[in-house]
Write a protein that binds this ligand. Structure first.
Ligand code: ADP
Length: 500
């Protein structure tokens, strides 16, 4: 059986075969917790590689779209069974390439498993509607139709879950695809693609092209034969992709930044709120688009909450994610670590109170990785940069609030609208927050992270462009509606005219 790797040198997957990039260029993937550890050498592809992959996907689309959806789904069911068997191995590989702790990489692979089961199930649904016509002897229905070749561009923080969120709905709906994984974490996408290939996916239906944004990602977004782009990543790249897709009216779904908040009310269970804020703020080293990077705390419980939260944050064990005693891994790369350090400086300069952390960790075993202390800023004003901008690292900004109304104004007073949470035991507060928080996701008595695959995922304002991933929302994105009218009256019937 062909495999992706030979002595850790990985190739592109095009038309069912592993092929070297035409560019001849490669990229080293190293463990962010120990840069001495080489995970593998991956392709740095160019436009030519993308062109070949898109042609393969275009050719395969002709037949894939005609395979009945329940049969397409059977391949996904077979792939997910293989994924389940290799979950532990893939989780360990993900920790090595991405850094987050093993419990979290197991969660990431599990999310890919959940999404694949869910979307495979859609193979026997993909429901449309039938509805009465306004005219006699006429039948009306709506059907979903596939679109064509999808270009998928994914980030490094959920190296298998996010590729699965995009690939599985695209495939079950009858599309073919080219995926360009993140430069920092390609291996997990390789694992996913290998499982699909082993499960019997026909050649050309899924193509994997490794490389960086400008040389491999951009040509995919610009390609005339790629009518659909699904992207998750930074706001700045999302904006470029939107501009690229607009002139030819491609379908494009953008999933970008967040500046999510946990509101802690005066009647909250504080133990629960501290647990949630620690997990939401420092899980995945704060490198989640849903990370709880702000906590708005009612003034009457502020002192108590802050004391407990800071004590817990300072005690978090930071290190190699494969060590079961470690609670927080490294930043993904040097650049991300620099970003975190620059925001620490910004916060101090603008007058936020540095309550714990604030430094790179580089002693002993951590010397070879991109580690940073869990960091907490207190007494933040809502408009400070550390309370407004996405840092994507282990930095949490604490904001005192007067009550629910002001808390919601603070929550909504950022350019993003992904996730928000409220800790309260007052049902009136909970329902008012569910109504008034202008985000795509709201949690009550749980942190801002922890989305499940059968509910829509995405955000308002500058977090996205109105689409949602996961659940039936993903099916909506990867299909087009077609309304069909069948007239069996044997005469011309004019809607809105002959029946009035
Ligand atoms: P991050 O800062 O989280 O790495 P990016 O937006 O830079 O976010 O990267 C997310 C994904 O977008 C990656 O796969 C990256 O290679 C890709 N990417 C970056 N720039 C472009 C671009 N100009 N066109 C298409 N894809 C890009």
């Amino acid at each position: 059986m062909a495999t992706a790797s030979a002595s850790h040198a990985y190739k592109n997957f095009i038309n069912g075969e592993w092929v070297a990039p035409r560019s001849g260029k490669t990229l080293e993937n190293r463990n962010p917790g120990n840069t001495d550890e080489l995970i593998g050498i991956f392709p740095l592809s160019s436009r030519e590689d993308v062109d070949v992959a898109v042609s393969a996907a275009k050719e395969a689309y002709k037949t894939w779209r005609l395979i009945p959806a329940p049969k397409r789904a059977e391949i996904l069911f077979r792939a997910v069974e293989l994924l389940v068997k290799r979950k532990e191995e893939f989780s360990r590989d993900m920790t090595r390439e991405m850094g987050k702790v093993l419990a979290e990489t197991r969660g990431d692979v599990q999310e890919a498993i959940d999404m694949t089961y869910y979307m495979a199930g859609e193979g026997r649904r993909l429901f449309g509607q039938t509805t009465p016509s306004e005219l006699p002897n006429k039948f009306a229905m709506s059907l979903r139709q596939s679109i064509g070749v999808c270009g998928l561009i994914t980030p490094w923080n959920f190296p298998m879950a996010i590729p699965a969120w995009k690939m599985m709905p695209a495939l079950v709906c009858g599309n073919t695809l080219v995926i360009k994984p993140a430069e920092d974490t390609p291996l997990s996408t390789y694992h996913l693609v290998e499982m699909l290939s082993e499960a019997g996916l026909p050649p050309g239906v899924v193509n994997l092209v490794g490389g960086d944004g400008p040389d491999a990602g951009a040509p995919l977004t610009k390609h005339a034969d790629v009518p659909v782009i699904s992207f998750t990543g930074s706001t700045s790249t999302g904006r470029i992709i939107a501009e690229t897709c607009a002139p030819t009216f491609k379908h494009y779904s953008l999933e970008m930044g967040g500046k999510n908040i946990i509101l802690v009310m005066d009647d909250a269970n504080l133990d629960l709120a501290v647990d949630g804020a620690i997990w939401g703020g420092f899980g995945t080293t704060g490198q989640r688009c849903t990370a709880a990077s702000r906590v708005g705390i009612h003034k009457s419980v502020y002192k108590e909450f802050v004391g407990r939260f800071v004590e817990r944050a300072a005690k978090l064990r930071v290190g190699n994610g494969l060590d079961p005693s470690v609670e927080m891994g490294p930043c993904i790369n040097e650049q991300q670590l620099q970003t975190v350090m620059s925001y620490v400086e910004i916060g101090v300069k603008e007058g936020a109170k540095l309550l714990t952390g604030g430094h790179r960790l580089a002693g002993g075993e951590l010397a070879k990785g991109w580690f940073h202390e869990p960091t907490v800023f207190g007494d933040c004003q809502p408009k400070m940069r550390v309370a407004q901008e996405e840092i994507f690292g282990p930095v949490v900004s604490l904001i005192p609030i007067d009550g629910l109304e002001q808390g919601i104004a603070v929550a909504n007073g950022v350019p993003y609208g992904l996730s928000a949470s409220i800790y309260t035991r007052d049902v009136n507060h909970a329902f008012a927050a569910m109504r008034d928080l202008y985000t795509g996701i709201v949690y009550v008595n749980a942190p801002t992270i922890g989305a499940e695959t059968h509910l829509p995922f995405g955000g308002t304002k500058q977090t996205g462009n109105g689409h949602r991933e996961a659940a039936v929302a993903a099916i909506d994105f990867f299909t087009e509606w077609k309304s069909v009218y069948i007239d069996y009256s044997d005469k011309l019937q004019r809607a809105q005219i002959d029946n009035n």
